[in-house]
Design a protein around this ligand. Structure first.
Ligand SMILES: NC(=O)c1ccc[n+]([C@@H]2O[C@H](COP(=O)([O-])OP(=O)(O)OC[C@H]3O[C@@H](n4cnc5c(N)ncnc54)[C@H](O)[C@@H]3O)[C@@H](O)[C@H]2O)c1
Length: 337
């Protein structure tokens, strides 16, 4: 699939945030001079832009420039941009063509894959959205050169998750090869293709796609509870912690040998540094209770029970969660000291 083929005979509009416009757009304009001719819509970086008001301002601009049903809308940015622009493209003139060009590691292996688009409403993340697959996802790893380290960890958290779900060989390859830049492209491709394969089997998340939630029940709770701490815990680190805590949980439940939790812990610590402090279990509890996978009062998990093995919709008692959380956090921080 070439860029000129994608753009032929239609107007192209690029939407980017100011960081990706500054760092990534020049690489594209250099590689494909046609890009310099495109209409560009710039939004502020940050999660606050994934909102109705910004979506509406993009739509207003599209109307002003007479964008029609065939206009190609291109998202050039991280997951915030791919979610926002994917959403706008899904509803503008009842849905038109969209191409995603993810620029963050997280967007390359996760957010841009699988057709989920979203906006946040007030403080509710992804309160509205669609599942609308783009025409194409174009991944240029060269964009990663300007990505801040913290953002890399965010993407790595998701790559580690995919590797656990895939198999032990993928897990070992990721740990051994990630720091070799020549091998990163292959690892990114493998991770993105892994997610694409699962999505293809279950686009609407009836069953198989739910495996992608491993690490996220604890991860989201840790990320959300950390907003009120002195130093918040970024998404990737929170997911990495979630994967380690959930591995300890499955060992405690007798669903995996203790070697599994040890491999997960050692592997993750090899690639992602721990936060300085974490919330207490009681601070997490309201977020765990509100997780999207719950039904009624029970807390439900997607859990990896080994490399390449998982269980879905597992109901877990609160005291088992407390025990796993406290055990793992104690292990991690005593290891660190
Ligand atoms: N749709 C999905 O399936 C899905 C899955 C996971 C996450 N998400 C969403 O993705 C979002 C998080 O994505 P993210 O972590 O990419 O955040 P982001 O898009 O906010 O990007 C993080 C920061 O990195 C900057 N940036 C991105 N690429 C850069 C580059 N190449 N050089 C320099 N700076 C760059 C951005 O401007 C931003 O400041 C959240 O909104 C989340 O809900 C969606």
């Amino acid at each position: 699939l070439t860029w000129s083929k994608l753009c032929s005979h239609r107007k192209v509009v690029i939407v980017a945030d100011s960081n990706t416009l500054e760092s990534c757009f020049p690489l594209l304009a250099e590689a494909h001079p046609d890009f310099s001719e495109c209409e560009i819509i710039e939004v502020e970086p940050g999660e606050d832009s994934k909102s109705w008001s910004i979506a509406e301002s993009i739509i207003q601009r599209l109307l002003e420039i007479n964008a029609d049903k065939h206009t190609l809308i291109v998202a050039l940015g991280g997951g915030m941009i791919t979610d926002l622009v994917g959403f706008v493209a899904a509803i503008y003139k009842r849905g038109g063509p969209c191409v995603l060009m993810p620029t963050s590691l997280l967007a390359m292996v996760d957010a841009a894959i699988g057709g989920k688009t979203a906006l946040n409403i007030q403080s509710i993340k992804n309160a509205v959205g669609t599942i609308t697959e783009p025409e194409a996802v174009l991944i240029y790893p060269a964009f990663l050169h300007t990505l801040p380290l913290e953002e890399r960890h965010s993407g790595l958290g998701e790559m580690l998750k995919h590797a656990i779900l895939d198999d032990e060989r993928t897990w070992k390859e990721l740990l051994n090869d990630w720091n070799d830049e020549t091998k990163q492209i292959g690892l990114i491709r493998h991770s993105a293709e892994f997610k694409a394969k699962i999505v293809e089997a279950d686009l609407l998340e009836h069953h198989l796609r739910q495996q992608l939630n491993i690490g996220h029940t604890f991860g989201h709770a840790i990320e959300s509870a950390s907003f009120s701490m002195k130093e918040g815990i970024a998404h990737g680190k929170a997911v990495a912690l979630g994967l380690m805590i959930e591995a300890t949980l499955v060992v405690q439940l007798g669903k995996a040998p203790s070697l599994f939790a040890e491999s997960i812990r050692d592997g993750i610590l090899h690639l992602i540094p721990l936060p300085k402090a974490v919330p207490s279990f009681d601070e997490l509890l309201p977020y765990l209770r509100n997780d999207k996978k719950n039904q009624g009062d029970t807390i439900r998990f997607s859990l990896a029970t080994g490399f390449g093995a998982f269980e879905l919709g597992v109901e877990i008692q609160e005291n088992d969660l407390r025990k796993a959380y406290n055990t793992e956090i104690q292990q991690l921080f005593s290891k660190k000291l």
